[in-house]
Design a protein around this ligand. Structure first.
Ligand code: GLY
Length: 304
C-alpha cells in the first residue's frame, strides 16, 4: 500500500508541542484519531496553557470546566461539555465516540462517565489560574468581561492526516474565562468548533465561540473545500461571513485551521495575531496566519 506523508495542523503556539506528540504517533503508523488525541493531551496537561485542560482559567464561580470534541474518518464524533475534574477532555470525547451510542455527554454526567472509564479525578484549578480569577473578581469593570465570549481564549484545534490518508480532528478548551457556569462554546459542537469529512477535509476553530456557532464555522469551511476552494480561501470565506453579519464592525477574534484531503492546508483569523503550527514533510513549524482585518486583538497573550 502506498503511504502518505503525515500532516498535522493546529492552533496557537502550544500547537507546536501538540503537533510533535501527534506526529510521533503518525510517523509510527498510528491513526489520525489517536494522533490528535495525543496532541490534545499535551496542551491539556500543560498548566501554563491557560485556555485548555489543567490550568485553564475558571468560570465566574472559580470552577474550571472543559469542552472537547473529536471526529474521526468514519464520520463518527464524540464530545463532552462543561466537564470538571478530568484533564484529558479530548480522550474522554473519544471514549464517548467509541464506547457509547451517544454523540455528546455534559456536566456531571460527563465526569461520571470519565471516572467510570478509568480517568483520574484531578482539581483543574492551578494556583496561577486562581490568582487570575481573584484579580478578575476584584475588578470593578468585571461585569463587561463577564459578558465577554472571549475574555481570553486560545483553544487547541488540531487536525491530522495519517499514513493511510485518513483525516481526524480534535478541539479542546476550558472555554471563555469567567464564563457563566454551564456556558458551552463552539469547541464541543460538531460543525462549529470541529468538522471532519474524510472525503473532503477537516477544519477547527478558536476564539469567540458564539460567533463560530452562528455560522457553523468548521462545517462551512469543509463545505467550501468540497466546492473546490483552497483551505486558506475556505477559512477566509467563513471569516468574511462573520464579519458581514456584523456589518464589518467586529471586535472579537476567531481563527480557523483547515486541512484538505489532498494535503493542502490553510489558516486565517479575523485579527492579528493568530499563530498556527504545521507539521509537514517531517518538519514542524509555527507560523503567523493572515488576518482579515488590520486590527490587533486585545485579548491575546494577556495571561501567558
Ligand atoms: N472557542 C472556545 C470557546 O468559545 O469556548
Amino acid at each position: 500500500m502506498n503511504t502518505v506523508n503525515p500532516i498535522v495542523i493546529s492552533t496557537w503556539y502550544h500547537g507546536e508541542r501538540a503537533n510533535e506528540a501527534a506526529s510521533n504517533v503518525l510517523q509510527k503508523g498510528g491513526s489520525a484519531l489517536d494522533a490528535v488525541v495525543a496532541g490534545a493531551a499535551v496542551s491539556e496537561e500543560d498548566p501554563n496553557v491557560m485556555d485548555v485542560g489543567y490550568g485553564g482559567l475558571p468560570g465566574e464561580n472559580g470552577i474550571v470546566t472543559l469542552d472537547a470534541a473529536v471526529m474521526g474518518p468514519g464520520g463518527r464524533s464524540g464530545s463532552v461539555a462543561g466537564v470538571g475534574g478530568v484533564v484529558n477532555a479530548a480522550a474522554v470525547a473519544k471514549k464517548v465516540m467509541e464506547e457509547t451510542e451517544h454523540a455528546m455527554i455534559v456536566g456531571e454526567g460527563a465526569k461520571r462517565f470519565a471516572l467510570k472509564k478509568g480517568f483520574q479525578e484531578k482539581n483543574l484549578l492551578t494556583e496561577k489560574a486562581r490568582q487570575r480569577w481573584l484579580e478578575w473578581e476584584k475588578d470593578p469593570e468585571k461585569s463587561s468581561a463577564w459578558l465577554s465570549e472571549q475574555s481570553h481564549n486560545e483553544t487547541l484545534g488540531i487536525l491530522a492526516m495519517d499514513q493511510k490518508g485518513d483525516l481526524a480532528g480534535a478541539c479542546t478548551t476550558s472555554g471563555a474565562a469567567w464564563k457563566i457556569h454551564g456556558r458551552v462554546g463552539d469547541s464541543p459542537l460538531i460543525g462549529a468548533g470541529l468538522y471532519v469529512d474524510n472525503e473532503v477535509g477537516a477544519a477547527a476553530a478558536t476564539g469567540a465561540g458564539r460567533e463560530v456557532i452562528a455560522i457553523c464555522g468548521s462545517f462551512l469551511i469543509v463545505e467550501n473545500m468540497r466546492r473546490g476552494m483552497s483551505a486558506h480561501l475556505a477559512c477566509e470565506n467563513a471569516l468574511q461571513r462573520m464579519i458581514d453579519r456584523h456589518g464589518g464592525d467586529v471586535e472579537f477574534q476567531v481563527g480557523f485551521v483547515a486541512l484538505r484531503k489532498d494535503g493542502e492546508t490553510g489558516a486565517a483569523s479575523i485579527m492579528n495575531p493568530f499563530e498556527f503550527a504545521l507539521f509537514h514533510d517531517g518538519k514542524n513549524r509555527l507560523a503567523k496566519a493572515k488576518a482579515m482585518l488590520d486590527k490587533q486583538t486585545s485579548f491575546y497573550n494577556i495571561y501567558r
